[in-house]
Design a protein around this ligand. Structure first.
Ligand SMILES: Cc1cc2nc3c(=O)[nH]c(=O)nc-3n(C[C@H](O)[C@H](O)[C@H](O)COP(=O)(O)OP(=O)(O)OC[C@H]3O[C@@H](n4cnc5c(N)ncnc54)[C@H](O)[C@@H]3O)c2cc1C
Length: 200
């Protein structure tokens, strides 16, 4: 397999797929492609300390030495626009192709953007990537009031974090309870009381 394995997406799934290929003895080329310009990083801190602490640094999933030491060819800043499955090639945004013998898609998910007038205003942001978290950190440092749409884990983590950082925080949730897809009503009610006690 001269072109080896190409993995599109360098989140947890993509990076672990690359690591597992090597751990299980695959010795052909492994190319890991990401449309982000970062060393692959942990997402959980982004809704917690990272957005309130101006000094906080991203936490890499693996150090740079892992990629060179495991001969994993990490290519940041490359967006794949099209898969030519028959020709076993990927088309790169802006031009260029990347050939593969095997392809792993690890492109993750993205937040739903509300199809509402105003959702494209500056100051209306969603949180998925490190770039989003940097923007939220920058904007919230200059804002007194923050409104969060969505009372799931990530929304509530942002609420608690920014409240602790001194912002006035309001959470808007469409149904009559928080964390509706994640925990039992008794836990959700406890979380709500804890947040309301802090002034959210
Ligand atoms: C703010 C936040 C906090 C979280 N906290 C927790 C937590 O506390 N506990 C927990 O268990 N989980 C948490 N999660 C969820 C967890 O981070 C995800 O389940 C995990 O990131 C999924 O990994 P993934 O590799 O499937 O996708 P992703 O991490 O989304 O990675 C996919 C990558 O593919 C790239 N990509 C997409 N399309 C292309 C393309 N066409 N070309 C090139 N690259 C492309 C994307 O830009 C991205 O870098 C959190 C998520 C977020 C956003």
């Amino acid at each position: 397999m001269k072109n080896g394995v190409v993995i599109v997406g360098a989140g947890h799934a993509g990076v672990q797929a690359a690591a597992s290929l090597r751990e299980d003895g695959y010795d052909g080329p492994v190319i890991l492609v990401s449309d982000e310009n970062e060393l692959p990083y942990h997402k959980p801190p982004l809704s917690k300390t990272f957005i309130k602490d101006q000094e906080a640094k991203p936490q890499p999933l693996r150090g740079e030495a892992f990629y060179t030491g495991s001969t994993i060819d990490y290519r940041p800043g490359i967006r794949i626009d099209r898969i030519d499955a028959g020709g076993r090639r990927l088309e790169i945004s802006g031009g260029g192709v990347l050939a593969f013998d095997r392809l792993i898609l690890a492109t993750g998910s993205r937040p739903r953007i509300l199809p509402l007038p105003g959702s494209d205003f500056s100051g209306v942001v969603s949180l998925r990537s490190l770039a989003d978290a940097r923007l939220i950190r920058e904007l919230s440092a200059q804002s007194e009031d923050v409104v969060i749409l969505g009372g799931g884990f990530i929304g509530l983590e942002i609420a608690a974090t920014l409240k602790a950082a001194g912002r006035k925080v309001t959470v808007v949730e469409a149904v009559d309870r928080l964390l509706g897809r994640a925990v039992a009503p008794v836990i959700a009610s406890h979380v709500r009381q804890r947040l309301e006690a802090t002034g959210v």
